[in-house]
Write a protein that binds this ligand. Sequence first.
Ligand code: ZN
Length: 177
Amino acid sequence: MVKPIVIYGDPILEIKSTEVKKETPGLQLLIRDMFETMFKANGVGLSAVQIAIPLRIFVIEAHIEKENFHFRGVFINPKILREFGDLTKHPEGCLSVPGIAALVERPSSIEMEWYDENWEYHKETFDGFAARIIQHEYDHLEGEIYVDKLDKMWRDMIDPTLELIEDRAIEIPYLIR
Ligand code: ZN
């Protein structure tokens, strides 16, 4: 079921999400709802806290046709073990911060461990788009949003729009909370 998305200004986005227990009732349903909600809003990643459930889980499904890039996954209790590589700047957007994109600087590569939807353990390194989407979603689990990582120039530029979002004064083409 498509759930309303929590948007910027809601204090729940600042909560540090808690670990998921293996026997959490409704876990598969939650995962399904997260994918449905993300697809409906045309997103490429969604953390549970963005539908007001502060558990350490995010889902990703991204295609970039011209790069021949396809990446899908369910990430439960993820832990970024290290970040490495060059710092790179790329535009990011967020379903919780509608209508805005800004350049965010991040290390190009990460090593991460996590459990998938079948509670199988994984440990892998990622770089490029995959690493960036993961880092963005991981921040949500820590109660952080990318707009708080921006340099002053970008922040000054988007501040007026952030205020509009906080005041619910812009039109958002999907269900919000
Ligand atoms: Zn986001």
